[in-house]
Design a protein. Structure first.
Length: 138
């Protein structure tokens, strides 16, 4: 995976801008574009689940998902906008965001391919909404 990453950084004229991180199925490297824009270069391990990822991100155009700046599907590589996480003191419990995430997923175009694992995870993490208040009988 290192050689494709080095080749992509050179070909796409990127500059390293932080330490790489390895996730469950990919390597993610903070970079900057030639214009200085913060981005991340994600190179995934070949897998059926990440095959359509670039198509979905392209279709969604940053609406409810990270913005795709460039892709090389043959090398399982995506150049993505870099998201900024708030300072730890500002973080809310993840459970407070579940309804917002579900609403965001529901708003995405159904015509774009969605990785099966994402759908399965979303359905497992679905928490019941707060109980609705009933009007008093009378």
């Amino acid at each position: 995976m290192v050689t494709p990453l080095l080749d992509l950084v050179e070909e796409w004229e990127l500059r390293y801008d932080g330490d790489p991180r390895q996730g469950y199925c990919s390597l993610v490297v903070p970079v900057r574009t030639t214009g200085g824009r913060p981005a991340v270069l994600k190179v995934a391990f070949p897998d059926d689940e990440n095959e359509p990822e670039h198509l979905a991100l392209q279709r969604w155009q940053g609406n409810g998902a990270v913005t795709l700046l460039r892709a090389d599907p043959r090398r399982h590589a995506l150049l993505l906008e870099r998201l900024h996480v708030p300072a730890p003191a500002q973080l809310r419990p993840l459970t407070a965001s579940v309804d917002r995430w579900n609403a965001g997923l529901a708003a995405l175009s159904k015509e774009a391919p969605m990785p099966r694992r994402l759908v399965e995870q979303g359905s497992r993490w679905r928490l019941p909404s707060s109980p609705t208040r009933r009007a008093p009988a009378g």
